[in-house]
Structures are given as C-alpha cells and as structure tokens.
Design a protein around this ligand. Structure first.
Ligand code: FPP
Length: 247
C-alpha cells in the first residue's frame, strides 16, 4: 500500500507548520548560487501546498523569511523578495481554483513596497476561500510577535480597557499574528537541523516535532506523507497519562 493510503483521514493534523531549510546547501552541493536553491525551494512550496489541499489539511504555515534573514547578503534578500512577487503572481489562479486563502504573519511593514502590495492584493482576492489557509511567515520572528503582543495588552491595561487580572491565554492568543489560526499540531523542519529558530514559540506548545535530513528543494509529497504518518503514530497526551487517554 502506498504511503498516502496509510494516512488516517480522521486523525489529520489541523495545522502543519514547516521550517523550510537547506536551499543554500542544496545549491552549493551542485556548484550553483544560493538563489538557485531558493528557486527550487519555491517548486517544493508548490508541491507541498498542493499535497495539503488534496489531503484536506485546513492550515499550512510556511517559514519563508525570518526577522533574522534581513542580515543575509543584500543580493540574496532581493532575490528572495523577487521570488515572492513572482510566486504570488504565478500562483493566484491555483489558489483560487483550490479554494486556498492566502494569509501572512510577521512585520509586513518591513517588506519592500512591491512585495507588500502584491501580497495584500492576493490576500484580499483569496479572502473568501475556505478549503485551506496558507500562511506565509514573512519578516516573522516569534519574539518580535510576543513583544508586540505585550505592548498592545499593556496599552489596553494603561487605558483601563482590561485589568491585569483579566489577562489569560485566550487574550494573549487574540493579540498574536496567528489569532485566527488553531495551535500547530505538527512542526516539520528539513535539512537535518534540530532547532526552532524563533518560529511560532507560543503556538507550538503541544506540537509534535518532525525533523528530516532531506533538504527543502528535495522535499516531496512522499516526505510529507511520512511526516503525517509519524505524527499519527504519536500519542498526544497534553499532560495526561496514557491510561487516562485510553480509559
Ligand atoms: C532556508 O534555506 C530557506 C529560506 C530562508 C527561504 C525560504 C524560501 C523559499 C522556499 C523560496 C520561496 C518561498 C515562497 C513562499 C515563494 P537556507 O537558505 O537557510 O539554506 P541553508 O541552511 O542550506 O543555507
């Protein structure tokens, strides 16, 4: 039986998040510039979005550009932004055809104007789609997001809109960029690195973590199916005992 058929449709992760890593190494292994790896990485994005839509995974979040990535060489940053604009332009019909809503999280103000405008336009035009939400984390950093949240809540306290004793997890959730998304169920990182790199620190509190050696440009639907099967074989206890769950 092929891997896809082994997936239990009743136990699907409702939110998959991916740290797409290894584009640079993939290109270097072939004696090419890093940008070539990012271009191939964009093809993997296409394949994995399609796979999630086919499987009926309602939420997919991709770490496309971190707050720390601004420190990369200027030419690489420019190439990544150009690739984003190109992908937005090219993929709009596919998003519409598959009922995919595009969403973005991060400090979007920091993006170049053309990239920000195109992004907002595609988000607006896909806003009524309900089959799946594809979220791109762009100029995103979890510590920046949490800092922004604390500032906003503090201001509300200062203005007597809420009292400190009212602050709870739900209020914090409602101030995060991810306020309309459920918690992450499955976090995947490619390329053999085993760290979180400032991605969705609050939202992955109970996520299952899946690390693979595969470099992002080599990542295919089959790899995703394996990650989901791995997830479905885990026992998610959320603090309870195994006996409580099976009672
Ligand atoms: C990590 O590989 C990848 C990125 C920083 C960017 C991810 C971008 C894409 C997959 C391309 C386009 C995306 C969209 C949404 C169209 P790395 O450069 O850190 O690789 P390395 O660790 O091997 O150097």
């Amino acid at each position: 039986m092929d891997t896809q058929k082994k997936i239990d449709p009743n136990k699907l992760p409702q939110h998959i998040a991916i740290i797409m890593d290894g584009n640079g190494r993939w290109a270097k292994n072939r004696g090419k510039f890093r940008v070539f790896g990012h271009e191939q990485g964009a093809e993997s994005v296409r394949e994995i979005v399609e796979a999630c839509a086919e499987l009926n995974i309602p939420n997919l979040t991709l770490y496309a550009f971190s707050t720390e990535n601004w420190r990369r060489p200027k030419l690489e940053v420019q190439a990544l932004m150009k690739l984003l604009v190109k992908a937005l332009d090219k993929e709009l019909p596919t998003l519409q055809k598959n009922g995919i809503r595009l969403n973005a999280i991060g400090n979007l103000e920091a993006l170049p104007e053309k990239a920000r405008k195109d992004l907002i336009s595609v988000m607006d035009r896909t806003s009524e789609n309900t089959h799946m939400t594809l979220t791109l984390a762009l100029s995103y950093g979890s510590r920046e997001e949490i800092t922004k949240t604390i500032k906003e809540i503090s201001l509300k306290v200062k203005n007597n809109l809420i009292s400190p004793s009212d602050i709870n997890e739900s209020i914090i959730n409602n101030h995060l960029y991810t306020r309309d998304l459920p918690d992450v169920d499955l976090l995947i990182r490619t390329s053999g690195e085993q760290r979180i790199s400032n991605f969705l620190l609050w939202q992955i509190a109970y996520a299952e973590l899946h690390f693979t050696e595969t470099l992002w440009p080599d990542y295919t639907k089959a790899h995703l199916y394996n990650a989901i099967l791995d997830y479905q074989n885990r026992e998610r206890r959320f603090g309870k005992t195994s006996e409580q769950l099976n009672a």
